[in-house]
Unconditional design. Structure first.
Length: 343
């Protein structure tokens, strides 16, 4: 049994092969340091070349910390190598920085690259180097493959990292356009999670059903609660997640009820969060459910136009969907399938 071991890598992103090797390493040491090594500029280039958003080091540290939580002898650390020459250069500077980062003498380094063994012998004399599955026979995947085609290799991505790659679809619209039901249909069809419209039940739960006592802070709370519901759904997503409404709709109803706007609500508005925004038109039959009141067709269209302008004014890219319920569902399925297509 070694006293102190190190497993270092970029983990861009961490996958099951990484995790298996980390756990194997942890059985051979009293304490194991998992080191996320990162060159900020290089990471941005790698991700840009792969067509995925930049996977910041803080996210990778967080993902690994989540996966390894409860194993008290495994510590996740961050090593910034931004001012060190990039691979295959800068080994001496990197090794010296690693030694300073680890609070005790390194007895063993673990890894999956054969060429690192020679480096270990040169810059970590007296320590061992243990190589894991460098041919990737147990887990035939790499971070490069995942970045290029996340959904093809979905089963290998760690659960903590999957929300980063999951596609996010917002279903929006005014009253009685089918969005709530179709959001649930989509989640069932794609075997994934969804978030429901928090505002629908807020009045009954917190106002005793009396909507005349709404104040601005109620809408602030709705925006926050909706965001949390969305985040919870994202954590459970299977490649794609569906959101029923967002903060733009909350702002819309705040203005409709009280003739006001809220900076707090606006702070939750972010069109860049979504991979698709599907806005249903009010052309289907109005259905009373005890919570709706804008049943005049002319007014329904007016409110739809107001909400649509609120989205476009904020830079949202909207796909407007018309037709009957079946046509709306089929169009939404078509768009969603393209988002999770394997390449």
């Amino acid at each position: 049994m070694y006293k102190t071991g190190v497993f270092a890598g970029k983990f861009l992103p961490p996958h099951r092969g990484h995790l298996s090797s980390i756990i194997n390493s942890a059985t051979q040491c009293e304490i194991l340091y998992v080191v996320v090594s990162d060159n900020v500029a290089g990471t941005k280039v790698i991700c840009a070349d792969s067509g995925v958003p930049t996977i910041e080091a803080c996210m990778r540290v967080k993902w690994l910390s989540q996966e390894l939580q409860g194993f008290n002898h495994i510590k996740v650390l961050y090593l910034d190598e931004s001012d060190i020459p990039t691979y295959p250069y800068g080994w001496e500077q990197w090794s010296n920085r690693l030694k300073k980062l680890i609070p005790s003498k390194i007895d063993v380094l673990f890894g999956g690259d054969k060429e690192y063994k020679e480096v270990n012998n040169e810059f970590f004399p007296g320590s061992d180097y243990i190589l894991f599955d460098y041919k990737r026979e147990r887990y035939p995947v790499s971070a490069t493959l995942i970045r290029a085609n996340p959904f093809k290799y979905w089963e290998y991505i760690l659960g903590s990292a999957r929300p980063f790659f999951s596609k996010k679809v917002l279903i929006t619209g005014t009253e009685s356009c089918g969005k709530t039901t179709i959001t649930k249909y989509l989640a069932k069809i794609f075997y994934t999670s969804w978030s429901e419209e928090v505002g629908r039940d807020y009045s009954a739960k917190y106002l005793g059903g009396n909507e005349s006592v709404f104040v601005v802070n109620d809408f602030n709370r709705i925006a926050y609660m909706q965001y949390e519901a969305d985040m919870d759904a994202l954590q459970k997503a299977n490649k794609i997640v569906f959101y029923d409404t967002d903060a733009v709709v909350t702002q819309f109803y705040l203005n409709l009820y009280l003739g006001k706007t809220s900076n707090v609500v606006e702070s939750f508005v972010d069109g860049n969060r979504y991979n698709a925004v599907l806005m249903f038109t009010p052309s289907v039959k109005w259905v009373a459910d005890g919570l709706r009141w804008n049943n005049e067709q002319g007014k329904r269209q007016l409110l739809h136009d107001i909400l649509k302008k609120m989205y476009t004014d904020r830079g949202f890219k909207i796909t407007e969907i018309d037709g009957n319920y079946n046509q709306r569902l089929e169009k939404a399925i078509e768009i969603s399938k393209e988002l999770v297509r394997e390449y």
